[in-house]
Design a protein around this ligand. Structure first.
Ligand code: IDP
Ligand code: MG
Length: 154
């Protein structure tokens, strides 16, 4: 079973899309194992966005990501890293597939509503970066046996 990190970004907070976005993940059948509102600082953003920290747009992105709190959540499911990327849509939101979160709710490359981990390895690191072990909940969810077939459940 995989876990992945989602951040609901400042544009979604300002545009009152939080419930709508969480709803998408819930309806898909993903299990929420952690959820909190937090303010990000330069240090965590630089770590989180190392791969783009040298880009000319980075200072603006950093400032914007600190312009309001964000919602951090961790969801669990089989192959959930890939599933959440599919539900998210591509970075440039105005070209993102209709039906995806970015495709349905955003028009920007930077203000693209959510972050989602892009690989299993990054998901493990990112969940650790944003959540302490006691903020991640192990619990039984009764819908499990209706979300997955018997042959998939372990
Ligand atoms: P991703 O969020 O789709 O994985 P990344 O390439 O990892 O995309 O970039 C991280 C975030 O940086 C994007 O979601 C977006 O907010 C911002 N970003 C990426 N490319 C650009 C750009 O060309 N201009 C402005 N912001 C960008
Ligand atoms: Mg990325």
């Amino acid at each position: 079973m995989e876990r992945t990190l989602i951040l609901i970004k400042p544009d979604a907070i300002q545009r009152s899309l939080v419930g709508e976005i969480i709803n998408r993940f819930e309806r898909k059948g993903l299990k929420i194992v952690a959820l909190k509102m937090i303010s990000l600082d330069e240090a965590i953003l630089r770590e989180h966005y190392t791969h783009i920290a040298d880009k000319n747009f980075y200072p603006g992105l950093e400032k914007w990501m600190m312009s309001s709190p964000v919602i951090a959540m961790c969801v669990e499911g089989y192959e959930v890293v890939n599933t959440v990327r599919l539900l998210t849509g591509i970075t440039k939101a105005r070209s993102a597939e209709a039906g995806s979160i970015r495709g349905d709710f955003a028009m920007s490359v930077s203000c693209n509503v959510i972050h989602a981990s892009d690989s299993i390895e990054n998901a493990i690191q990112e969940v650790k970066r944003f959540f302490k072990p006691d903020e991640l909940f192990d619990y039984q969810k009764s819908e499990f046996e209706h979300v997955y077939g018997e042959d998939e459940r372990t």
